[in-house]
Design a protein around this ligand. Structure first.
Ligand code: OAD
Length: 235
């Protein structure tokens, strides 16, 4: 019988929000087929053309009110509420579907669309629906507002806390992520070192799929909901 007190660490990626209608990055018609990463997701791209970058994230933010959490987001919220052991939810996604699905604590390691960041003083505030590059910072008044998104070449948020959680994981589950972007793609190896049982939820094996001990193949709305039902039977 699996341990009802198991510490479960979960990493989600764009695939968990795909069934809500948000484009993934690396599908054939995904975001990175429509936009150059160097232009919209790097500090250099922002320095070259802040308006282009801010507009790219404005468009992503404008989509949020049009989409709803799907059963996979809701199942993870139920897991957080009902599992006896600790549940740690880490997402690479910048949407707010985990929160709207009911999850209370979410690590947004790549930032979030709903937050603005001052590049001058690091102050954060709720992003307006339409950000502009010249927006003043409410704390220091510098015109250095940027989307609160971690771009390529920048350090993801909360890494010390995340590695500490991975070091204590009994179960590590990665859901809807292609395993192409580090450090997140290295979490499975870290969890294995800690002795965790590792499960990948995806439509196909990811780039690091061979490092997982178990695979649950299919759309996350089905596979994750079924898994959460199983886990909640342990307790
Ligand atoms: P990707 O677009 O790279 O991968 C999405 C994964 O989800 C793929 O492996 C798909 O097979 C899988 N998938 C799609 N639909 C699914 C479904 N219904 N159920 C289960 N799996 C499904 O997205 P990420 O891995 O999240 O970073 O990308 C990681 C990072 O790369 C992003 O956070 C973003 C991007 O560049 C930054 O912008 C910094």
């Amino acid at each position: 019988m699996p341990d009802p007190d198991a510490k479960i660490v979960i990493l989600t990626g764009a695939g968990i929000s795909a069934e809500s209608g948000i484009d993934t990055f690396r599908a054939e018609d995904g975001l990175w087929a429509q936009h150059r990463v160097e232009d919209v997701a790097t500090p250099e791209g922002f320095a070259r053309d802040p308006e282009l970058v801010v507009n790219f994230y404005n468009a992503r933010r404008a989509q949020l009110p049009e989409v709803e959490p799907n059963p996979a987001h809701r199942a993870l919220a139920q897991l957080e509420q009902a599992h006896r052991g600790e549940v740690v939810l880490i997402t690479q996604n910048v949407d707010d579907l985990h929160e709207r699905g009911g999850s209370e604590t979410v690590y947004h390691m790549h930032g979030t669309l709903n937050s603005a960041l001052c590049a001058a003083c690091d102050h954060r505030w709720p992003a307006p629906l339409i950000m502009a590059p010249g927006d003043p910072c409410p704390a220091c008044n510098a015109t250095a507002a940027r989307p609160d998104i971690v771009w390529f070449g920048e350090m993801p948020y909360d890494m010390d806390a995340l590695f500490a959680h991975l070091g204590e994981a009994d179960i590590f589950a990665a859901i809807g992520t292609s395993g192409n972007v580090y450090p997140a793609a290295g979490f499975v190896a870290e969890a294995r070192r800690a002795g965790a049982h590792t499960i990948e939820f995806n439509l196909e094996p990811s780039a690091v799929g061979n490092q997982f001990q178990e695979h649950r193949t299919g759309p996350a709305s089905h596979t994750v909901s079924a898994w959460v039902e199983d886990v909640l039977k342990w307790g």
